[in-house]
Design a binder for this molecule. Structure first.
Ligand SMILES: [Zn+2]
Length: 458
């Protein structure tokens, strides 16, 4: 087994920051110290760099069928892009089909990832319906390491589950130590607003946002939390975008209710006005929930600082403009989603740490440690400690990068942050001891990524 020594770096975790050397033996960290002088097959000089635990993105959609097309990154291209951005673990979403078992959905997504992923991956399971049989199967999935189930309060007829189904899935999650991840938007209200807008001839991309108001997200967030309280289980709100929804999470947490939420970079760095870009350009930002008012973003940052928002994921779900054009005459047909898995750490370092919104430690926490803890991967992932996987990023805090789809690695012919200059980027990236990105060159191997069996809630 190869031994690697990372020397002279500034090691940054969720709680520490110190100068030190890291000795990797095979796939795991063996020793951390000052002036380590162990024999090693390779030595990486990290002077002037941070050494951080690899990013963990718990919300990606690789190779996902949606709205008559498929997200354009598969598990190979998507995880290569993740690695370039300093993310060494993704948790993607397997989907249960109507009338089909959870196992069939899981096996379908396992087959999509196996032999392709270049970094490690796990799965949440999207349930479209609840039956007693599926409830029994939830335990089988937990035994396979799928310890979280995503339910939708939006997309009627496609993903939306009614409150009775949601409530029973919540009760079952309590029995088996699973976590419910909720897409919280009121799908019934949104459906009516969409039909009314289209009937008025309002077809442009901006109506995607106008027909999905913040209060529809706040209402569903509130309802999800109340149902979880009745079922006496924790609940985790995915891609929270609206300050009005965050208020619901904050209010619950202040009462000691185990409500959790993630947000995404797009809700911190982009806003409603992007939908008003000329022509059809607004379609680049069509995602659900939509981008919100810029004036509300300070509340999101406050939530991140105060831990009412525990982490930042991406909801990476890229489409090319050709696919977006499916909705040229009808915003409701624009595939929902945008690329993001590669740019999360850069955006949050540049726009979060460097601007003083969050500390360096909090950056590591929301990008790596908290996702590992909440989703059953800690301490194997999410920190730098003896025995942990050697998923490590050598981060150059001074490197300037101009974000562009031409130089980024995600499979999309546009980038939502095109032309934005950021400072700080991943330089060298290791996945389980193997260098997968070496100073800007991909050196990994497809199939290196392994399936992660995640632990249930303790
Ligand atoms: Zn999503």
């Amino acid at each position: 087994m190869a031994r690697t020594l990372i020397k002279n770096g500034t090691i940054v975790t969720a709680v520490d920051q110190y100068r030190g050397d890291i000795l990797i033996d095979g796939e795991t960290i063996q020793q951390i110290g000052t002036s380590l002088d162990a024999p090693a097959d390779q030595v990486i000089d990290a002077a002037g760099r941070y050494v951080i635990p690899g990013g963990i993105d718990v919300h990606t959609h690789m190779d996902m069928p949606f709205g008559g097309t498929t997200s354009s990154d598969d598990f190979e291209t998507g995880t290569v892009a993740a690695a370039f951005g300093g993310t060494t673990t993704i948790v993607d979403f397997a989907i249960q089909d109507f009338g089909k078992s959870l196992r069939q959905g899981w096996e379908t997504w396992m087959a999509k990832a196996e032999g392709k992923a270049v970094v490690d991956y796990g799965f949440h399971m999207i349930m479209r319906e609840f039956t007693p049989e599926l409830g029994r199967e939830m335990k089988d999935m937990v035994d396979e390491g799928v310890t979280s189930f995503k339910l939708f309060m939006a997309y009627p007829g496609v993903f939306m589950m009614d409150d009775a189904g949601i409530f029973q899935a919540m009760q079952r999650s309590g029995e088996i130590g699973a976590t419910i991840c909720m897409h919280a938007e009121n799908g019934g209200v949104i459906d009516v607003l969409v039909k009314q807008a289209l009937a008025r001839g309002q077809t442009e991309p901006k109506y995607h946002a106008i027909t999905r108001p913040a209060l529809a997200e706040a209402e569903a967030t509130h309802r999800a939390i109340k149902m979880a309280e009745i079922a006496d289980v924790p609940v985790y709100i995915v891609h929270l975008s609206a300050a009005e929804a965050l208020q619901m999470v904050t209010e619950a947490r202040d009462r000691g209710v185990p409500a959790f939420a993630e947000t995404c970079p797009q809700y911190l760095f982009l806003d409603y006005t992007n939908y008003e870009e000329p022509g059809f350009a607004g379609s680049k930002y069509v995602m659900s929930p939509p981008l919100r008012a810029r004036e509300k973003q300070s509340e999101m940052w406050r939530g991140l600082r105060g831990n009412d928002l525990q982490l930042v994921s991406t909801d990476h779900c890229p489409f090319c403009m050709k696919e977006k054009e499916l909705g040229k005459d009808d915003f409701s047909r624009i595939p929902n989603g945008a690329p993001g898995v590669e740019t999360r750490l850069m955006l949050l370092h540049d726009g979060g740490v460097r601007t003083g919104q969050i500390s360096l430690n909090r950056w590591v926490e929301i990008c790596s440690t908290a996702p590992a803890k909440i989703f059953g991967l800690f301490p194997r992932k999410g920190t730098i400690a003896p025995g942990s996987d050697a998923d490590l990023v050598i981060w150059d805090p001074d490197k300037k990068v101009t974000l562009s789809h031409k130089t980024l690695h995600m499979r999309a012919d546009y980038n939502p942050y095109e032309g934005r200059q950021v400072t700080g980027a991943a330089e060298t990236v290791l996945s389980r001891g193997r260098v997968v990105v070496d100073r800007g060159t991909f050196t990994g191997q497809k199939g290196h990524g392994k399936y992660l069996r995640r632990a249930p809630r303790a």
